[in-house]
Design a protein around this ligand. Sequence first.
Ligand SMILES: [Zn+2]
Length: 92
Amino acid sequence: MADYDYEQMLADHLRSMAEMQAAPFPSAPMLYGEQPRRCPVCRRWARDLSNRRLNTMYVEDASNWMLSCSGCYEMAYRNYADQWAEYWMMVM
Ligand SMILES: [Zn+2]
Protein backbone atom coordinates (compact mmCIF):
# COMPACT_ATOMS: atom_id res chain seq x y z
CA MET A 1 0.00 0.00 0.00
CA ALA A 2 2.99 2.27 0.51
CA ASP A 3 4.06 2.64 -3.09
CA TYR A 4 0.90 3.88 -4.75
CA ASP A 5 1.38 6.39 -7.51
CA TYR A 6 -1.21 8.92 -6.41
CA GLU A 7 -1.08 10.99 -9.58
CA GLN A 8 -1.70 7.88 -11.63
CA MET A 9 -4.48 6.78 -9.28
CA LEU A 10 -6.10 10.19 -9.52
CA ALA A 11 -5.88 10.12 -13.31
CA ASP A 12 -7.37 6.61 -13.37
CA HIS A 13 -10.06 7.67 -10.93
CA LEU A 14 -11.10 10.71 -12.95
CA ARG A 15 -11.14 8.67 -16.15
CA SER A 16 -13.23 5.92 -14.57
CA MET A 17 -15.62 8.51 -13.09
CA ALA A 18 -16.07 9.97 -16.57
CA GLU A 19 -16.57 6.50 -18.02
CA MET A 20 -19.08 5.63 -15.31
CA GLN A 21 -21.09 8.75 -16.07
CA ALA A 22 -20.93 8.18 -19.80
CA ALA A 23 -21.62 4.48 -19.92
CA PRO A 24 -24.80 2.62 -19.11
CA PHE A 25 -24.68 0.56 -15.94
CA PRO A 26 -22.04 -2.16 -16.43
CA SER A 27 -23.34 -5.55 -17.34
CA ALA A 28 -21.66 -8.92 -17.45
CA PRO A 29 -22.36 -12.02 -19.46
CA MET A 30 -24.81 -14.35 -17.75
CA LEU A 31 -22.91 -17.21 -16.22
CA TYR A 32 -25.79 -19.09 -14.70
CA GLY A 33 -28.49 -19.07 -17.36
CA GLU A 34 -32.12 -18.42 -16.66
CA GLN A 35 -32.70 -20.83 -13.80
CA PRO A 36 -33.49 -19.00 -10.56
CA ARG A 37 -30.77 -19.41 -7.95
CA ARG A 38 -30.27 -17.96 -4.52
CA CYS A 39 -28.20 -14.79 -4.43
CA PRO A 40 -25.37 -15.48 -1.95
CA VAL A 41 -25.59 -11.88 -0.70
CA CYS A 42 -29.31 -11.24 -0.11
CA ARG A 43 -30.40 -14.91 -0.18
CA ARG A 44 -33.31 -14.10 -2.49
CA TRP A 45 -34.12 -16.14 -5.57
CA ALA A 46 -32.83 -14.39 -8.65
CA ARG A 47 -32.47 -15.09 -12.36
CA ASP A 48 -29.70 -12.56 -12.83
CA LEU A 49 -26.90 -14.01 -10.73
CA SER A 50 -23.58 -13.16 -12.23
CA ASN A 51 -19.97 -12.66 -11.28
CA ARG A 52 -19.34 -8.99 -11.94
CA ARG A 53 -16.31 -6.72 -11.68
CA LEU A 54 -16.58 -4.23 -8.83
CA ASN A 55 -15.08 -0.73 -8.73
CA THR A 56 -12.48 -1.75 -6.18
CA MET A 57 -8.70 -1.91 -6.47
CA TYR A 58 -7.73 -4.94 -4.42
CA VAL A 59 -4.34 -6.33 -5.35
CA GLU A 60 -5.79 -9.83 -5.38
CA ASP A 61 -8.04 -9.58 -8.39
CA ALA A 62 -10.50 -12.23 -7.20
CA SER A 63 -11.50 -9.76 -4.46
CA ASN A 64 -12.62 -7.28 -7.13
CA TRP A 65 -15.40 -9.58 -8.30
CA MET A 66 -18.78 -10.18 -6.76
CA LEU A 67 -21.17 -13.04 -7.37
CA SER A 68 -24.67 -11.73 -6.72
CA CYS A 69 -27.97 -10.66 -8.21
CA SER A 70 -27.92 -7.39 -10.13
CA GLY A 71 -29.64 -5.54 -7.28
CA CYS A 72 -26.94 -6.45 -4.76
CA TYR A 73 -24.25 -5.67 -7.31
CA GLU A 74 -25.69 -2.25 -8.04
CA MET A 75 -25.92 -1.47 -4.33
CA ALA A 76 -22.32 -2.54 -3.72
CA TYR A 77 -21.13 -0.67 -6.78
CA ARG A 78 -22.78 2.56 -5.67
CA ASN A 79 -21.51 2.07 -2.13
CA TYR A 80 -17.92 1.74 -3.35
CA ALA A 81 -18.38 4.73 -5.66
CA ASP A 82 -19.46 6.79 -2.62
CA GLN A 83 -16.46 5.55 -0.66
CA TRP A 84 -14.12 6.52 -3.50
CA ALA A 85 -15.70 9.98 -3.64
CA GLU A 86 -15.15 10.39 0.11
CA TYR A 87 -11.61 9.07 -0.17
CA TRP A 88 -10.67 11.53 -2.89
CA MET A 89 -12.27 14.39 -0.98
CA MET A 90 -9.96 13.59 1.93
CA VAL A 91 -6.86 13.07 -0.19
CA MET A 92 -7.19 16.22 -2.25
ZN1 LIG B 1 -28.86 -10.26 -4.06
